[in-house]
Design a binder for this molecule. Sequence first.
Ligand code: 3PG
Ligand code: MG
Length: 410
Amino acid sequence: MALNKKSVDDFNAKGRRVLVRCDFNVPLKNGEITDETRIVAALPTIKKLINDGGKVILCSHLGKVKEGPNEKESLAPVAKALSEKLGKEVKFISDYTVTGEATTAAVNAMNEGDVILLQNTRFRMEEETKPEKAGEAFAKELADLCDDYVCDAFGSSHRAHASVSVVTKYVREKGGNCAVGYLMQKEIDFLGNAVENPVRPFVAILGGAKVADKLNVINNLLEKCDTLIIGGGMAYTFLKAKGYEVGKSLLDETKIDYCKEMIEKAEKLGKKLLLPIDNAVAADFPDPIDAKIDICYVDSDKITDDVMGLDIGPKTIELFANEVKNAKTVVWNGPMGVFENPKLAEGTIAVAKALAETDAISIVGGGDSAAAVKKLGFADKITLVSTGGGASLEYLEGREMPGITAIQDK
Ligand code: 3PG
Ligand code: MG
């Protein structure tokens, strides 16, 4: 499925002010960036615009900014990291209004090939466009800064925010280009192809704690894939729906019927739906999460009242890994167990390894599974580690993505 959207290759940015919305929402610890993936992923588009001779104005949100603008959620560390990676100064405009006088002055002073980074867009409450927050006005201010707009913020493309989608209305109004960047293109090409036009067999692996978070993605992927594998905390509601006792395992009583429906749907469609056949169990949830813990392995039909399942067991690992071996496309989202605990990380590690070892197209989406793959050093062996957490999930759900919709068709 080729993306039929205008891209950065469809116009020349020479002499033009180009506003680029990135997702620089990176994890920070004591002011240091602990994972630069999203910064590295944004470089190709930025370099292309510099080479064109564009005036590159970068913007992004960072964090949730619940208490209003503050230095802890400033994008200053990102400007520093970008300068190092590009080998040229990325001027940071720490204007808490994002689009105020300091910003306008800096933009007016730009030469061709210059790059500046604006302050955290969520420092403006209006960014998260709700009518009462008057996001339209902020979007227009952003549009006033530029001639063209490029969205390369795949990780934020599920948000109908001022800098992600509303801004395009005003850029278009004045005849500017609205295009996607290379990162957006890559993510959409791979995720879109995997789901809409997969090389088969297509195996989807879903994990994570809660069924409720994955209702739509389970439903949608069941229709598209050949095999759906379910692990993680949410597997226990499925096991319960199949009539097993799950002891103290995480269970969402309100979703048992939903799980039954999905099991029936799989049967009706002739799809394989795989659940854990054995589990790592313990008497209690580890507290703190990485505490030493005594575990043992029990089959899924032998979970007793006094234990909870916290990871998939060795037989399940083999079952899931074999399925991956026979696949031509694999999409994975969500850990198989409480992977923060070394004793309960084996299932998640095994799935990451299976994806790294296969020659199939392998796609990892979602913060936790992407982090696991990176931590294990497998990222290079995966076809695409998505920079989107919530965004990749919504994309896999088949939902409309405001950040994509807002871009002009070719
Ligand atoms: C993310 O990391 O999930 C994206 O940057 C979007 O951020 P948000 O979930 O705070 O909107
Ligand atoms: Mg999020």
